[in-house]
Write a protein that binds this ligand. Structure first.
Ligand SMILES: Nc1ncnc2c1ncn2[C@@H]1O[C@H](COP(=O)(O)OP(=O)(O)OP(=O)(O)O)[C@@H](O)[C@H]1O
Ligand SMILES: [Mg+2]
Length: 356
């Protein structure tokens, strides 16, 4: 399925996140008696995931990607905003949460494949668990058949059924994690840095496996990653986050081919090009300074303290996303209409075997 066909059929929205804020109370100076400061891990994020598409979520470490992912399934303290699954509110601040439907329909795959699998359980038990957890009345023979079918689908086989996680490589453990996530036929799988802990050669295999499964099963994926090449390979749309906020969200081809937000341009500019001659000739958009603290984000645009295009007005108020381009990319930057049009285009990918 191409990004174009996905968008042209205007598929139904599965997940809808609106103005979501997640905050943590942090003891000031590390001392419990000094009161608490508010850490704004996710600060007013809105986006959606449509049926059968992959949304890539990128941004530097600490920008709130995992917290956003966890908040969607009700595992992070939502301060305000909403998460809707198939149009129904699922996570409300201070409300009794009924996430049972969401827990069946939405599954997660984690970064550390070995740590996310129970070491005392066999692969068969691990993969079968979601089928039994939700009280489904499935005959044992059926469970075994489904586990084996799923293991084979992810590149494992019957010989692996009785083994334990520690007997597997990182890539194999991630295959088990994928089988476990998919056995209950979820509609959305949230993949939180599923390949970051793996060797580069194995990363490509797992990304290709996820992409094939997404296409075959018409799954939706929310794919969190640091690596822009990986996100480009697997996503239909891309969400760029900075300090808890959305900077840019749109069609992959637009975000990568014509990045509008200065932060997106800087991120793309930092991706090395394999050809040393091309790499030397490229102009990089260097980010100045350090990422600000989510305990005291800058006024106005969160990115302005590092932005090469910042002007005084950027400090005045938080920029609201404005729609640009043929695919209605949303960009939160008041300078975007007159921003310089230099587009760093990293050709090629550090990952072998990953196409567009
Ligand atoms: N349980 C928690 N208590 C307090 N602060 C937290 C908690 N979880 C996350 N944070 C803070 O929230 C911010 C966002 O963290 P998060 O793990 O979501 O970032 P991330 O984008 O996933 O980073 P990485 O790329 O390193 O995984 C960070 O400042 C982090 O320290
Ligand atoms: Mg994370």
């Amino acid at each position: 399925m191409s990004a174009t066909s996905t968008t042209s059929q205007a598929p139904a929205t599965l997940l809808s996140v609106d103005s979501l804020k997640v905050q943590f109370g942090i003891p000031r100076g590390g001392f419990p008696w000094s009161g608490k400061a508010t850490l704004r891990a996710v600060d007013g994020v809105s986006f959606n995931v449509r049926r059968g598409e992959t949304v890539g979520l990128v941004g530097e470490s600490g920008c709130g990607k995992s917290t956003l992912a966890r908040a969607i399934i009700g595992l992070a303290p939502v301060a305000s905003g909403s998460v809707r699954w198939l149009g129904e509110e699922t996570v409300l601040p201070n409300a009794k949460r009924d996430t049972s439907r969401l827990r069946r329909d939405v599954q997660m795959i984690f970064q550390d494949p070995l740590a996310s699998l129970d070491p005392r359980m066999t692969i068969e038990q691990i993969v079968a668990e979601p089928l039994t957890t939700f009280g489904q009345d499935i005959a044992r023979a059926d469970v075994q058949r489904r586990v084996l079918t799923m293991l084979e689908r992810v590149g494992l086989n019957a010989q692996h059924l009785r083994r334990y996680p520690h007997e597997f490589s990182g890539g194999q453990c991630q295959r088990v994690g994928i089988a476990r996530a998919l056995i209950g036929e979820p509609q959305l799988v949230i993949c939180d840095e599923p390949v970051s802990a793996l060797d580069v050669s194995i990363q490509a295999q797992i990304v290709n496996l996820l992409r094939d499964l997404q296409r075959e099963l018409s799954l939706s994926l929310l794919f969190v990653a640091h690596d822009l090449a990986v996100v480009k390979a697997i996503s239909h749309r891309v969400l760029v986050m900075y300090l808890g906020r959305v900077m840019e969200f749109g069609d992959k081809r637009e975000v990568y081919g014509e990045p509008r937000h200065p932060y997106t341009r800087a991120l793309l500019s930092a991706v090395p090009v394999p050809d040393p001659a091309v790499e030397r000739a490229r102009r990089h958009l260097l980010l100045r300074g350090e990422i600000a603290s989510p305990l005291s984000p800058p006024s106005g645009c969160a990115f302005r303290t590092r932005c090469p295009d910042a002007i005084d007005a950027c400090a005045a108020k938080i920029p609201q996303p404005v729609t640009h381009g043929a695919s209605a990319t949303r960009v939160a930057c008041i300078r975007v209409s007159d921003a310089p049009k230099e587009v760093p285009r990293p050709e090629g990918s550090p990952l072998g075997g990953l196409g567009d």
